[in-house]
Design a protein around this ligand. Structure first.
Ligand code: ZN
Length: 315
């Protein structure tokens, strides 16, 4: 077998960040994403796990963070073997709005032309590299609008991620087999898209000659997840990776809102394959999404203790 047709596109991006309050402020208030789930890192319950996304946190719109401030985690360094930048998708004719908005909030921005499009580059408070690009073919719904950001301007989700690697050819060769085909080149960038194409289904490989090797830590992306329809598809992918690529894959992990496997691709970037379902409405109604700390059953029994260790923040 091969991976043919199994990978549908992106699912989410997960980053290690610094301060919880700064994080909520930039992703919800400034960038207008909805906090669709507040939970804890299932592997370290002293740390929040925030999920931001569109109204319901549809797969491919989800950006998630672990605010690790004061937990003894070093400052990371962005470089090869990592997601170098996360690109968000905004509607046509919204770029001037975003430039002004980021500027008015004291963020430094630059622009770069890639594949004939203008990317607005900036950093979040922990140092993560982010960008916004207009994409008029992005029809993902339901769009989350706020008092300050209308539906005509609102970010629709993750557009693509930039993967920095030392040897682009080897990574691109793997990604071709994995389910992403090259659709454009603009050195040092190569654009790849899954069969579903476009925003939420795209990767940009950056050949990182001159870039240092990335160091995991605060201000770096931990992994990028790709979506599949079912856990059976994840298991097929695990078997294929292990038997034909010699890539070690974790056991299936229950993330409550999806089920996941993890592995490193050629080029060393940490990938996750996550099921599209069951999604964030499994333990909250649409109205309630992100309004209180949700814990899986195995942690619910220690809720009082867990809550005591979390630093409060304002929504
Ligand atoms: Zn993940």
């Amino acid at each position: 077998m091969s991976f043919e047709g199994l990978i549908k596109g992106l699912h989410h991006v997960t980053a290690t960040v610094n301060d919880a309050q700064e994080d909520v402020d930039i992703y919800t208030k400034l960038l207008g994403q909805r906090l669709v789930k507040e939970t804890v890192n299932f592997d370290n319950e002293k740390v929040y796990h925030f999920y931001y996304g569109n109204e319901i946190g549809s797969p491919s719109t989800i950006f998630t963070t672990f605010p690790y401030k004061d937990q003894g985690v070093r400052q990371g360094a962005i470089g090869t073997g990592q997601v170098y930048e996360t690109v968000f998708s905004a509607p046509e004719n919204s770029m001037e709005f975003w430039k002004m908005r980021l500027h008015d909030h004291g963020l430094k921005t630059t622009t770069e032309n890639r594949f004939g499009k203008e990317f607005l580059l900036f950093e979040d408070p922990s140092g993560l590299k982010l960008s916004i690009v207009e994409d008029n073919s992005d029809d993902r719904k339901p769009v989350w609008a706020t008092e300050e950001i209308s539906k005509e301007q609102a970010i629709k989700g993750i557009h693509s991620v930039v993967l920095a690697v030392a040897n682009a050819d080897e990574t691109i060769h793997f990604l071709n087999n994995f389910g992403y085909a090259v659709t454009a080149k603009n050195a040092p960038y190569t654009l790849l898209e899954s069969q579903e194409k476009g925003a939420g289904n795209s990767l940009i490989v950056l050949e990182g000659q001159g870039l240092q090797e990335g160091i995991n830590g605060l201000g770096t992306v931990h992994h990028v997840a790709h979506r599949v329809d079912s856990i059976e598809d994840s298991i097929k992918i695990k078997e294929e990776l292990e038997s034909n690529y010699g890539i070690q894959v974790t056991e299936v992990k229950d993330r409550k809102y999806f089920k996941s496997i993890y592995f490193r691709i050629p080029g060393n970037v940490l990938f996750e394959v996550a099921t599209s379902g069951p999604g964030f409405l499994v333990d909250e109604t649409n109205e309630e999404l992100g309004t209180s700390l949700k814990l899986p059953d195995w942690q619910e029994v220690r809720r009082v203790e867990i809550e005591k260790n979390l630093i409060p923040y304002n929504r």
